[in-house]
Design a protein around this ligand. Structure first.
Ligand code: SAH
Ligand code: SF4
Length: 384
């Protein structure tokens, strides 16, 4: 119906250019940006310190368009999951995980995912489409301002963002970068580069580009210590094998705000979780000389995967082997269990919302587990 430009699609530079096209001074964009992101405003008439002429022009051509919320689940531990409608029967999820010293939002970058990892239900659903910058930012915009109202606090609630929701962020690079810039901008969310994490299955050329365009903390989904196994689990490995990926990680560290890469490793029973695998991992990171930490993720099973979660003692033993070799290793803990909503598992089809809700109730949380111990966690201590 409307062709109005969504201002959530712009980082500050983009908004300044938009204001210029309207015949306005660039600095007006900063005021507008603050109203939208810092104060959560979407109604131009509220923006009382903006020139009336600008407000009038904006009303005709622009809007601040968030995403409709399909469902919201609040867990007893404070974890909140939202399912957002992105149209055409697609939905994406965002999860807020409160902790004592931070609030983390896990954000989606695509509806579905084209990488097709064996252990990931988003991957099993296939790819629907890239999210726009506005749709990525809308998750943070909504969550931050909802939380301020919900918690009755007038200060920033979300301190960390992890791009660990649905989708491969580095396969949606053009939309991702302005979204990251908005997260980092002091006139918007003002997040530290160290507290914004891009998680990738290993899109090597885009790791290099991100280092130049917008370096933030990096998590790499490794999941296997050798190419044959990783080819099978993460099909993108056939294009960008482990040696190339680790070389890209090393290059990235020259620009990164943190001095290590977080390797995510999903623990799959009898597949990648033996002592021999742990030893191979140690040899691998030593031989490549990548400064890293490991985050072991207990697999969140779903029937179509045909895979099982490694038993807890196996995960612990694996973690100990890595730690004994001097590699900082954490095991991700589950959050929001009681709302057991199928994060990352619904997105394919919300045309039939009743069925979607049923499925949601049945399936286990993926994204909360992914986000339960944010990849940024190990380095937090460095910040205090
Ligand atoms: N596409 C990006 C980011 C989204 S996935 C990536 O792959 O890194 C975020 C994390 O969740 C990844 O480490 C992914 O491997 C993990 N993950 C996916 N499915 C999972 C499952 N069923 N159980 C546990 N972790 C899973
Ligand atoms: Fe895509 Fe990440 Fe899932 Fe792999 S793990 S299919 S890259 S979302």
């Amino acid at each position: 119906m409307t062709t109005a430009t969504n201002l959530l699609d712009f980082d500050l530079e983009g908004l300044a250019a938009f204001c210029e096209r309207l015949g306005e001074k660039r600095f007006r964009a900063t005021q507008l940006f603050r109203w939208i992101h810092q104060r959560g405003a979407s109604d131009f008439t509220q923006m009382t310190d903006l020139a009336k002429s600008l407000r009038g022009k904006l009303a005709g051509v622009a809007q601040v368009q968030g995403l409709p919320v399909i469902t919201q689940h609040i867990s007893a531990d404070g974890t909140i999951k939202w399912l957002f409608d992105v149209g055409d029967g697609n939905a994406v999820e965002a999860v807020f995980i409160p902790e004592d010293d931070r609030g983390t939002l896990c954000v989606s970058s695509q509806a579905g995912c084209a990488v097709g990892c064996r252990f990931c239900s988003t991957g099993h659903q296939g790819f629907s489409r890239n999210l726009s910058t506005g749709e990525i930012v809308a998750q943070l915009w909504f969550a931050e301002h909802f939380l301020r109202k919900h918690l009755g606090r007038d200060e920033r609630i979300i301190s960390n963002v992890v791009m660990m929701g649905m989708g491969e962020p580095l396969q949606n690079y053009a939309a991702l970068v302005p979204a990251l810039r908005t997260m980092l901008d002091d006139n918007a969310y003002g997040l530290s580069r160290r507290r914004v994490t891009v998680s990738t299955s290993g899109v090597v050329p885009m790791i290099d580009r991100l280092a130049q365009d917008c370096p933030v903390a990096m998590a790499v989904s490794l999941h296997a210590p050798n190419d044959p196994l990783r080819d099978d689990l993460v099909p993108l490995n056939r294009k960008y094998p482990i040696a190339e990926l680790l070389a890209a990680c090393k290059r990235y560290l020259d620009h990164a705000p943190r001095d290590f890469i977080t390797f995510e490793y999903c623990m799959l029973d009898g597949v990648n979780d033996s002592d021999a695998h742990a030893q191979q991992l140690i040899d691998l990171v030593r031989s490549q000389g990548v400064s890293c930490k490991f985050n072991l993720i207990p697999f969140n099973p779903f029937p179509a995967s045909g895979l099982l979660r490694s038993p807890a003692p196996r995960v612990q033993a694996f973690a100990r082997t890595l730690a004994d070799a001097g590699i900082v290793t954490t095991v991700r803990k589950t959050r929001g269990d009681d709302i057991d909503a199928a994060c990352g598992q619904l997105a394919g089809d919300v045309k039939d919302r009743t069925r979607a809700a049923d499925r949601m109730a049945q399936r286990r949380t993926v994204m909360m587990q992914r986000a339960g111990a944010p990849a940024a966690r190990p380095a937090m201590t460095q910040e205090h």
